[in-house]
Design a protein around this ligand. Structure first.
Ligand SMILES: [Ca+2]
Length: 322
């Protein structure tokens, strides 16, 4: 039994790894990639997603839908200072590659209507597409089997501000809608989880790259920019929150600890915009999400390393792949 899911992504660096897991892991059945405004320029994100599909040899096999090009209310904020253009200096000729005409929000609604209660959605960018799907069709949450969200911090530091993690900061209004919509939700937060359990050292990154497969080389090159940024802000390695979110869905045995929380998002304050209030059960609030608190870091690394070692024949040449 494979796990069917839609991946909603602002593709840069670790989003690419999340896509690779979705097509290389035998447990995964990636039905669609939906693009949302986030990390880097929208068209660049789309090219990054197509490159990831190409290096895995499945370009054209997984439909790619373009979604919201800006947050619901606010101006778009980029993370280009973290990711560069998110490609690790790689590029690919996308001439003639087919992108679906249907909008990503409509695709989310249609695909879940065709198989209600079957598909998971993994959201690893700002939650704009997911919120817009809720706004357009309030029946959407009940048709999604489970929604996995990368975002927020669990009573800990943010990354784009002291209070907020990037995905929720960029579109706090969307995040607030999504957490109030009635989905079955699992959250993979930035702190403390990701920076403790999903950080790879330079040595670990090199070990993955040395496997020499196209995927392994691609992995190392696209993750290098973030590695340098992470080290500059005191994180001892390359961070992998997005691929961790897909991994948690495909391999729940990686999770050592998770608990129910009542999660809500700050959308009114400037100072704490996008802050995720995660109430742990003592404040009289009904839980609306399961928050992952600890994963087996060694097992996660081994899983990523072995998956990046899978041999593929890239669909198209990728310029700059060493
Ligand atoms: Ca992302």
């Amino acid at each position: 039994m494979t796990i069917p899911f839609i991946l909603d992504t602002d593709t840069a660096q670790d989003d690419c790894v999340a896509i690779l897991l979705g097509v290389l892991d035998e447990e995964a059945d990636l039905r669609a990639v939906t693009m949302v405004a986030g990390n880097v320029g929208f068209d660049q994100q789309t090219e990054n997603a197509l490159m990831a599909l190409s290096v895995a040899g499945v370009l054209g096999d997984v439909p790619v839908f373009l979604g919201c090009r800006r947050p619901v209310v606010r101006e778009w904020v980029s993370a280009e200072y973290v990711h560069g253009d998110g490609s690790g200096g790689l590029s690919m000729d996308t001439e003639g590659v087919s992108i679906e005409d249907e909008h990503a929000v409509d695709a989310l609604l249609r695909l879940t209507a065709e198989e209600p209660g079957t598909l998971n959605v993994v959201a690893i960018g700002p939650l704009t597409n997911i919120a817009m799907a809720v706004v357009k069709d309030p029946g959407f949450p009940s048709r999604v089997n489970h929604l996995f969200i990368m975002g927020g911090s669990n009573n800990a530091r943010g990354n784009i501000t002291a209070a907020a993690e990037f995905n929720f900061y960029v579109d706090p209004d969307a995040a607030k809608i999504v957490f109030g919509a009635g989905f079955d939700i699992t959250v993979v937060p930035w702190e403390p989880l990701t920076v403790r359990d999903a950080i790879f050292s330079r040595e670990q990154m090199a070990t993955i790259g040395e496997q020499g497969t196209p995927v392994a080389k691609f992995f190392r090159q696209v993750c290098e920019t973030t590695l340098e940024f992470d080290e500059s802000v005191g994180i001892p390695g390359s961070s992998h929150p997005d691929s961790l979110t897909v991994a948690v869905m495909l391999h729940p045995e990686l999770v050592r600890k998770s608990s129910p929380y009542a999660v809500d998002i700050e959308a009114d304050s400037d100072l704490t915009r996008g802050y995720s209030a995660m109430s742990w059960g003592v404040h009289g609030l009904a839980p609306n999400a399961q928050v992952v608190e600890e994963v087996d870091a060694d097992a996660f690394y081994s899983y990523i390393a072995s998956t990046m070692g899978v041999s593929t024949t890239p669909s198209r040449p990728i310029a700059g792949l060493a």
